[in-house]
Design a protein around this ligand. Sequence first.
Ligand code: FE2
Length: 191
Amino acid sequence: MKFELPELPYKLNALEPAISAKTLEFHYGKHHQTYVTNLNNLIPGTKFENESLEKMINEAEGPIFNNAAQVWNHTFYFSGLHPAVNSAPLEHVAEAINGSFGSLKEFKEAFIKSATSLFGSGWVWLIKNPKGTLEIVQESNAGNPLRNGLKPILTCDVWEHAYYLDYQNRRLDYLNAFWDIIDWDVVEKRF
Ligand code: FE2
């Protein structure tokens, strides 16, 4: 199976000023595309040749895991964002956030703290665990919580390539800007 770069659900400049068109040009157009191309070059002749990304995330190791997870993670990240419209968590997610973290304010603080403290490259995830409550999970490099049986509903890419052109070393500024462009409609559907 040949994987293809999924279309972005918005224009390259749609997330400005939080994330510039220049950043998306590289992050989506170059980095995300490279993971797709690498994966298509890696899987022919292996047992993963006709398998889904989820199967590779659960079972593959090394370069196939890394590239499959990075394809999935980026698609999930980009499709969870939209132009800032001051949205807030909707009913089920709002209730689960209050139940799991106390309040939206406390959840935001915990999420951003987790993202700023993640050493090096990786992803911060909001996941729904088998009990139905929410947790924040840090993953290094291409890590994806599906591998641990958890259901992701939101992610933030904290690889430098996600923010360096716009924010250089100021990861916290990127995270605050990211917060304003979360598409809570999508998060509600995923929940
Ligand atoms: Fe990325």
